[in-house]
Design a protein around this ligand. Structure first.
Ligand SMILES: NS(=O)(=O)c1ccc(C(=O)NCc2ccccc2F)cc1
Ligand SMILES: [Zn+2]
Length: 260
């Protein structure tokens, strides 16, 4: 019974065998084509008010690099945009490729970015995270695209500096005094649509807020991310790369844009 992953024997094409939601009508990620997007002038701007003290640890779970935050009260919240109420920041993580020309989960007008960063928030009106993922308005994920360029964003440095301490699966390190809003690009422009977790159990509980403006990282920074391993210590080396799900059927869903 192989646990799900991104390899040929346990990858996205087989997730539905253990997680039937993977074949649902509102799956993520999707390909976004600007010609099909509807500008919605009623969409509000979104606002994040994060407490740097809420950051706790950074870990390698063998599938991604994840920063975990204290979400036991309304300490770091996202509001506005397409959302009603304040959603609590729980964790952020990334998806990336084996080379700079691919790695993002969402694809924009045919463009695959080198990586995609997800900031995961949940709606406290549903009591806890497990309850929220059973609700269509339970979870909100801000997606930020990472593009390889010459003027890398210094803010990514903090996360990448920790990589050496969490090289193998199961490794965790303290990660404190970190305000993830420093990772946001200048523009607040976003696309939004209703979808799912891009990993099992693929619950369709996510309001996606995808930022139009990518942030820049260097090729060396991407190489650093690719130096993470899927394997535990003392196991054969298995590089943690290509941990992205390909685009799923849009099935008539409308993607809205906050911008013209
Ligand atoms: N890539 S993404 O769409 O942003 C995404 C966000 C969160 C999760 C998550 O919390 N998984 C753990 C989990 C899932 C279901 C139930 C309990 C869990 F802990 C997975 C994928
Ligand atoms: Zn993700």
């Amino acid at each position: 019974q192989s646990v799900w992953g991104y390899d040929s024997d346990n990858g996205p094409e087989r997730w539905h065998e253990n997680y039937p939601m993977a074949k649902g009508d509102k799956q993520s990620p999707i390909e976004i084509n600007s010609k099909d997007v509807q500008h919605d002038p009623s969409l509000a701007t979104w606002h994040a008010s994060y407490d740097p003290g809420a950051a706790k640890t950074i870990l390698n779970n063998g599938r991604t690099c994840r920063v975990v935050f204290d979400d036991t009260f309304d300490r770091s919240v996202l509001r506005g945009g397409p959302l009603t109420g304040a959603y609590r920041l729980r964790q952020l993580h990334l998806h990336w490729g084996s080379s700079d020309d691919h790695g993002s989960e969402h694809v924009i007008d045919g463009v695959k970015y080198a990586a995609e960063l997800h900031m995961v928030h949940w709606n406290p009106k549903h009591g806890n995270f497990a309850g929220a993922l059973k609700q269509p308005d339970g979870v909100a994920v801000v997606g930020i695209f990472l593009k390889v360029g010459k003027t890398p964003k210094p803010e990514m440095k903090r996360i990448l500096e920790e990589i050496d301490n969490i090289k193998t699966k199961g490794k965790e390190a303290p990660f404190q005094h970190f305000d993830p809003s420093i990772l946001f690009p200048k523009s607040r422009d976003y696309w939004t649509y209703h979808g799912s977790f891009t990993t099992p159990p693929c619950e369709e509980c996510i309001t996606w807020i995808l930022l139009r403006e990518p942030i820049e990282v260097s090729s060396d920074q991407m190489a650093k991310l690719r130096s993470l391993s899927k394997n535990s210590e003392n196991e054969p080396l298995n590089p943690l790369v290509d941990n992205w799900r390909p685009p799923q059927p849009v099935k008539g869903r409308i993607v809205k844009a906050s911008f013209k």
